[in-house]
Design a protein around this ligand. Structure first.
Ligand code: SF4
Length: 264
């Protein structure tokens, strides 16, 4: 993977997610290479070949935080802060050190267990939290859609260790791929290690045409028998697949007493 340096780009940027004023993405691009990734059309480089890092992360971020009240910063919106190159480059750890020194906290979304490396910093922050997303029960299928991520089981193991370390945890079952993702076993496995679970459908409305064409290509090649029904469900939120799933999820939420947020 080629790592190039970008400059003259803000590191701390406004965040559109409810509850957060700012987000930080230590990397531009993401080598997890999820085929359904909605950020793909904003990519400046081919993420399979090249990832960008900020020229002087430390001093630039320190300058940008100047005068800001301590608050929780979101990390993981446009790229995964714990994608493979973080093990060596430690850009995310640098961001966490800077934020901790100024009394800030973070809410992190990742698909990697590398986040465990930074538990020591997260434990010192006020109410830091980590969310892990999972979408596939079968490891062979996961590799079709998310070539460079780690297996689902390891992500759930990371949540368990984070929770044991006293760090706030939550999970996303996302994206639910109709007829492929089986959300119930994932929820069962996640529930003991999370404070809340969000379930999101694969959504292509208003998203990158590139991510949808990538998914369709995988469906054609590997799931010809269910391709047509899966495509219909993805395009129609009233499809019987979703109404059945909504009913099942409501029942699980009630019977297990889970904080389950249903967005399918
Ligand atoms: S981990 Fe997130 S940002 Fe990275 S490729 Fe996958 S969906 Fe995109």
């Amino acid at each position: 993977m080629k790592i190039s340096v970008c400059s003259a780009r803000p590191i701390l940027v406004p965040c559109s997610l409810e509850g957060f004023d700012y987000q930080v993405d230590p990397y531009v691009g993401c080598a997890h290479f999820c085929r359904y990734c909605y950020v793909l059309d904003q990519a400046e480089t081919d993420w399979t070949e090249e990832i960008l890092i900020h020229a002087d992360l430390s001093s630039q971020l320190s300058d940008e935080l100047e005068g800001l009240e301590p608050q929780t910063i979101y990390m993981g919106y446009l790229s995964d802060p714990y994608q493979p190159c973080e093990a060596e480059l430690r850009q995310t750890r640098t961001v966490l050190e800077i934020l901790l020194a100024r009394g800030f906290s973070v809410s992190i979304l990742t698909k990697s267990d590398l986040v465990l490396r930074d538990s020591d910093i997260l434990q010192k922050m006020v109410s830091a939290s980590v969310s892990v997303s999972v979408a596939f029960n079968d490891d062979r299928i996961r590799q079709l859609f998310e070539a460079n991520t780690i297996e689902t089981e390891s992500r759930i193991g990371a949540l368990r260790k984070l929770k044991e370390a006293g760090i706030g945890t939550s999970a996303l079952v996302c994206p639910v791929m109709p007829n492929i993702t089986d959300p119930m076993p994932l929820i069962d496995a996640l529930a003991p290690h999370t404070d809340a679970i969000w379930v999101y459908a694969l959504s292509v409305q208003g998203q990158s045409p590139r991510c949808w064409s990538n998914v369709r290509e995988i469906l054609s090649r590997h799931f010809p028998d269910i391709k047509s029904d899966t495509e219909s469900a993805v395009q129609d939120s009233d499809h019987p697949y979703w109404s059945g799933l909504r009913r099942d999820l409501q029942e699980v939420k009630r019977s297990m007493g889970l904080d389950l947020r249903i967005h399918v």
